[in-house]
Write a protein that binds this ligand. Structure first.
Ligand SMILES: *Cc1c(COP(=O)(O)O)cnc(C)c1O
Length: 424
């Protein structure tokens, strides 16, 4: 199996190279050259997600040095539950928030950590994963790579621009994870990362690599929870489910579409987006353009120019085809609040603002058999959720552990030189 660049079909690399590169050298995104066919009949009834992951991912690993470790990688990636919970009203919820940082990004980060620590085995020096974060990605990467051999992590986050709970999850690390509190905004952190990659000497010295959301290594493991939940749903209800996916950069949605292209019997795919315009505008007008980002309650979906749009348009260059494959519904902050407020009464559940977008969209859909993808635990967004439901949200154990740690971050100014000297 090879991966090709969205900007050059003739540029082909194997899995390991695609994972380490992140972005293809021509600036395109890596995509699978073909979609291998996945046959439901090959999966024993009652299989868990690790076994399903191994079946689905096997062809993507073919011909790659990581192939020999596929089983261990799947076990490490899914070291936590991914339950599909029936909540009534012809609806189930796929809970992707039982990982270490209580959001679905733990799946992709865990897979990358598992792969990268193996790719650098036996090397003289550790690779360094450098990440700029506006909140959630950095903690998922830190939790996933912490304690893994052969890889170090450096996280840059903007001082005073993340919530107290986000900050605790970013700063509690020691050992191979170092966190820098940058006196600046998120864009400064991102600029420093770009400058670091452009600084050839330092890049080579640190063996820099990235773990950002455009890495194909995030999409591949995400496909597996769509395959698993589809099989579980069919075992329980005898029919294939449709999915509502809260979306921003479209990584989670693309993983679902890739799984369906491989033959996983997934029904309709509906994207739930917040007040940010790009996807809905594109589907309506047929013309793609990026927008300025709008801040919303579902802030992990605040994306004005989704990077995975390039993968979507590569898959189906014709917007007419895309309209046959997906639809998208917009949910404003008032509707998010209403869904959270009504969560208990209507569903007996507490939703985080992102999942609430999905639930609000589910409520608009007539047909039956929907799975709403729950992307985060409500305890991560307690400042939004608690006033709306009038009670405290219990913090899951794994999250409480991170929140109870002490602050090991080092503060520095917003330049690459200051970052270098802070790292010593
Ligand atoms: C990142 C994130 C999303 C959006 O996922 P994309 O893959 O960027 O579309 C939704 N919900 C939560 C909680 C997230 O952290």
């Amino acid at each position: 199996m090879h991966f090709i660049s969205t900007r050059d079909r003739n540029f082909r690399v194997e899995l390991s190279r695609a994972l380490l590169d992140g972005l293809a050298p021509d600036g395109g995104l890596y995509v699978p050259e073909v979609f291998p066919s996945f046959n439901v009949e090959d999966i024993p009834k009652g299989s868990g997600i690790t076994e399903i992951a191994r079946h689905l991912l096997e062809p993507f690993f073919e011909g790659d040095p990581l192939h020999a470790s596929l089983e261990e990688i799947c076990e490490e990636t899914f070291g936590f539950e991914v339950p599909l919970v029936d909540v009534g009203r012809d609806t189930s919820v796929l809970e992707l928030f039982h990982g270490p940082t209580a959001a679905f990004k733990d799946v992709g980060a865990g897979f990358l950590a598992s792969c990268m620590s193996r790719l650098n085995k036996g090397a003289q020096r550790s690779r360094t994963v450098l990440v700029a974060t506006s909140g959630d990605t950095g903690s998922a990467v830190a939790a996933a790579f912490h304690g893994k051999p052969n890889v170090d992590v450096v996280i840059l986050y903007p001082k005073g621009k993340v919530s107290p709970r986000q900050e605790a999850q970013l700063t509690c690390w020691e050992g191979n994870v170092r966190t820098l509190r940058v006196r600046g905004v998120f864009d400064d952190c991102q600029r420093i990362v770009k400058e670091a990659f452009a600084d050839e000497e330092w890049r080579n010295q640190m063996m820099l690599t990235s773990a950002n959301s455009i890495n194909i290594g995030r999409l591949l493991p995400q496909m597996t929870y769509y395959a698993a939940s589809t099989l579980w749903y069919r075992e329980r209800h005898g029919v294939s489910p449709n999915f509502v996916i809260p979306s921003g950069n479209l990584g989670n949605a693309l993983a679902c579409l890739y799984a369906r292209e491989c033959g996983v019997p997934i029904g309709d795919v509906v994207l739930a987006v917040n007040a940010n315009q790009p996807v809905v505008h594109y589907l309506q007008s047929g013309e793609y353009k990026g927008f300025d980002t709008v801040g919303t309650l579902a802030n992990a979906m605040d994306v004005g120019d989704p990077s995975n749009m390039e993968r979507l348009r590569f898959l189906w260059p014709d917007v007419g085809r895309i309209r046959e494959k997906i639809s998208a519904h917009q949910v404003d902050d008032a509707a998010i609040e209403e869904a959270i407020r009504e969560g208990n009464e209507k569903w007996g559940q507490v939703w985080d603002p992102h999942t609430a977008c999905g639930v609000a969209v589910r409520e608009r859909l007539e047909s039956s058999h929907w799975v709403v993808v729950a992307t985060a635990h409500p305890a991560k967004f307690e400042t939004v959720v608690e006033p709306l439901i009038g009670k405290e949200v219990e913090v899951p154990e794994q999250l409480a552990e991170l929140l109870g740690g002490s602050d090991h971050a080092v503060e520095c100014g917003p330049t690459l030189d200051e970052v270098k000297s802070a790292l010593g």
